[in-house]
Design a protein around this ligand. Structure first.
Ligand code: HEC
Ligand code: HEC
Length: 189
């Protein structure tokens, strides 16, 4: 756990001083450019396909970090690299403010697996917030597509997604744990 604690504090300090959230965002400007996101992420960011994460109600600081990471190549995804390559920091802040202001519609999860995954969840709440509603740069997991969350946990475990402290945490979870805990997260509102 000590490594996790170290990663945790280093990560948060780095972000608090990077200035990502300093400018005052313009939600209306974000709304105007968000149309190009709906095709994949669903109307108002409530995607109905697990290929695309739900963005509605996600934490703004987390969204800012991810959009910058896709643009700068520290999170690797060809579609999102393409979508973010021409966005300025202000565009990113505005889009993040807009999507975070929308109401999240829970994707739901498999009831039986969710019940099994419940016992693993408290160790996630410490960072992801009570009920996994997200906290600052740590994403909301509540109501997210379980299959999307599973892919991300595998990406962290395999090291193809690198930012933040999740590699060590995902490394402690078996495939069964991952399936169960993500069905539980998806089932939350
Ligand atoms: C062509 C389809 C497509 C379009 C259009 C698109 N995205 Fe994405 N987006 C994706 C995919 C696929 C992922 C998942 C990437 C992965 O697996 O790491 C993603 C992931 C994201 C994430 C990470 C969410 C998380 O929970 O970590 C954010 C934020 C995001 N997109 C924002 C946007 C915004 C804002 C726009 C519009 C400017 C947009 N996307 C347009 C396909 C798209
Ligand atoms: C030490 C703090 C910490 C703990 C504990 C933690 N997380 Fe995370 N998690 C994070 C941070 C920070 C991120 C964002 C990483 C980034 O910026 O890419 C994250 C990202 C994620 C993502 C990616 C979500 C997305 O939308 O792409 C998943 C999935 C995830 N965590 C699942 C879990 C689960 C399940 C647990 C419990 C078993 C857990 N986390 C415990 C800090 C933590």
């Amino acid at each position: 756990m000590q490594l996790t604690t170290k990663l945790f504090s280093g990560f948060f300090l780095g972000l608090f001083f990077s200035g990502a959230a300093l400018a005052v965002p313009d939600i209306n400007a974000g709304k105007e450019s968000a149309g190009m996101c709906f095709g994949c992420h669903g109307a108002e960011g409530n995607s109905t396909s697990s290929n695309f994460p739900i963005l509605a109600g996600q934490k703004p600081a987390y969204l800012v970090n991810q959009l910058r990471a896709f643009r700068d190549g520290t999170r690797d995804n060809a579609m999102m690299k393409n979508m973010t390559s021409s966005l300025s920091n202000d565009d990113i802040n505005n889009l993040a403010a807009y999507f975070s202001s929308l109401k999240n519609k829970s994707a739901g999860g498999n009831e039986e697996l969710a019940e099994q995954g419940k016992s693993k969840a408290p160790m996630c709440f410490g960072c992801h917030g009570e009920g996994a509603k997200g906290m600052g740069v740590t994403p909301r997991l509540a109501g997210q597509h379980p299959a999307y969350l599973q892919r991300q946990l595998h990406a962290f475990k395999e090291g193809t997604r690198k930012n933040g402290p999740m590699r060590g945490i995902a490394g402690m979870l078996s495939d069964e744990d991952m399936n169960a805990v993500t069905e539980y997260m998806g089932s939350l509102k």
